[in-house]
Design a binder for this molecule. Structure first.
Ligand code: SF4
Length: 467
């Protein structure tokens, strides 16, 4: 089993190839589900009068954690290795994947189970495992569904947010030879039945990590389905993949973050399960792979380093009007939505992802909901500035020519009138063309051309009757 995500090379925002809009049924269900999640989260949050104080405290703790990352990493390593775990530091995806393969080979692993880890999406681990002949099965229900459908996750918290229960029923009938049902409990029972054997047969379990606590050397994993517990505790070997941004200094900081993550992520007071992994279970092995993979590039930019505060709750995705319309695939890589538009250019480069900071209306909704108070809108504006000044698709000859032409037309009343006349005429004529060229063609594949509104403002102003 593999996810198509692993073959993705870079962000391709606004291309028909990756755009969620290319899927006819996706936009409506996605917009509805994201809006519902946003509303639920807001209701839980609004019930807490001191929520803004929590956000402020979390922001400060994360600022301290990132500023003292060098010390936290060493402290975490010392504490967890003292209890028998092995800690490995990976500078990039290739190194992280090599570690996983070496551990798998050393332990004779033929199949493994994974509980949700965005880092493994980032390193395209499933693809690498498949090439090595190792079967990797996603066990988080949403991830399991998208893996069966050979799709990529649509959302960082709810990967199958774009699929209805009927879609899942049809998928299970086709891929698992189960009778069709769209009843939620029955669908969950089918997934449970098929996954149960996978846990028992797996030679290794791979998990992500929601928080790594430095002063106790603890890996904290939160979940609602029990699959992370089974994936991490059943196989003889457990590998944790964790990005350097997941570290918090003290165990005493954790309750605040657990409260914020559950409320902002799924609208719960707390997730159903919170696993504290302090070291390997007797007779088993535990490896923790700590990954940089471009995160230190974020640290180098003083205007955006606070994006490393992100606890991956997904609230900014649900609040974003662009994400709700375009969907996660449109962002072309692992992390979609407003936060993805900040971290992706740093992780894979502006050459590939320089368009992403422009995928925002800058309405500010993302910044308002972020539980760790990341100033997302201002960071996006800063990255737009970088994208037009550094090698990126937004600094191409065509792009520069387009904006120079626009500036020329906008800088004189006669030129402006000429441009508006051309636009009105163009939109009227375009309706009669059998196809539309270039980017206009891409845009009109999923949308209607707008109607030209009544008289232009200038002629209305000229002809208005005097009061
Ligand atoms: S940026 Fe904030 S709102 Fe968005 S996923 Fe990260 S923590 Fe959540």
């Amino acid at each position: 089993m593999s996810s198509t995500n692993s073959h993705l090379e870079g962000a391709e925002f606004w291309t028909g190839k990756t755009a969620g809009l290319a899927e006819p049924s996706t936009p409506a269900s996605l917009a509805k589900s994201a809006e519902k999640s946003n509303k639920n989260n807001r209701a839980v949050i609004d019930a807490i009068p001191y929520f803004q104080d929590w956000r402020e405290a979390a922001h400060r703790i994360k600022t301290f954690a990132i500023a003292n990352l060098d010390k936290s990493l060493v402290e975490f390593e010392r504490n967890i290795t003292a209890r028998g775990a092995t800690v490995l530091f990976a500078k990039d995806s290739a190194e992280a994947n090599r570690y996983v393969l070496e551990i798998a080979k050393e332990n004779g692993v033929k199949s493994l189970v994974k509980s949700k880890t965005m880092v493994s999406e980032e390193t395209a681990l499933n693809h690498v495992l498949e090439d090595a002949g190792i079967r990797a099965v996603e066990t988080d229900l949403g991830e399991y569904i998208v893996q069966l459908a050979h799709q990529r996750p649509m959302h960082i918290v709810t990967p199958a947010i774009h699929m209805s229960a009927a879609d899942v029923g049809r998928l299970f009938a086709e891929e698992l030879a189960e009778p069709f049902t769209e009843e939620h409990t029955a669908l969950t029972a089918i997934a449970r039945k098929h996954l149960r054997d996978e846990y028992l047969q797996a030679g290794m379990g791979i998990s992500g990590c929601n928080f790594a606590v430095a002063d106790s050397g603890t890996v904290v994993v939160v979940e609602n389905e029990g699959n992370a517990g089974l994936s991490t505790a059943t196989p003889p070997v457990h590998v944790v993949l964790v990005g350097i941004e997941k570290f918090v200094p003290r165990m005493a900081d954790l309750p605040l973050f657990l409260n914020l993550l559950a409320r902002s992520g799924t609208g719960q007071k707390l997730t159903t399960y919170t696993h504290f992994i302090h070291g390997p279970v007797e007779g088993k092995k535990l490896y923790v792979i700590i990954l940089d993979n471009g995160r230190t590039n974020i640290l180098k930019d003083p205007a955006t380093w606070q994006s490393l505060h992100c606890i991956r709750c997904g609230a900014c995705l649900n609040a974003c009007p662009v994400y709700r319309r375009a969907g996660g695939w449109a962002y072309g890589w692992v992390y979609p939505g407003p936060i993805g538009s900040i971290i992706t250019p740093h992780l894979i480069g502006f050459e590939k992802a320089g368009k992403l900071p422009f995928a925002s209306s800058l309405c500010g909704a993302c910044g308002e909901v972020c539980p760790v108070k990341i100033d997302i809108p201002h960071q996006l504006v800063h990255l737009r500035h970088r994208a037009v000044n550094e090698p990126s698709p937004m600094n191409s000859f065509t792009e520069r020519l387009t904006w120079k032409t626009w500036a020329w037309f906008m800088s004189g009343p006669l030129r402006y009138r000429l441009a508006m006349f051309g636009v009105r005429l163009g939109v009227r004529l375009a309706k009669f063309l059998p196809w539309h060229p270039g980017k206009l063609g891409g845009w009109t594949r999923g949308r209607e051309l707008p109607q030209v509104p009544g008289p232009a403002f200038r002629s209305w102003w000229k002809n208005r009757s005097n009061p």
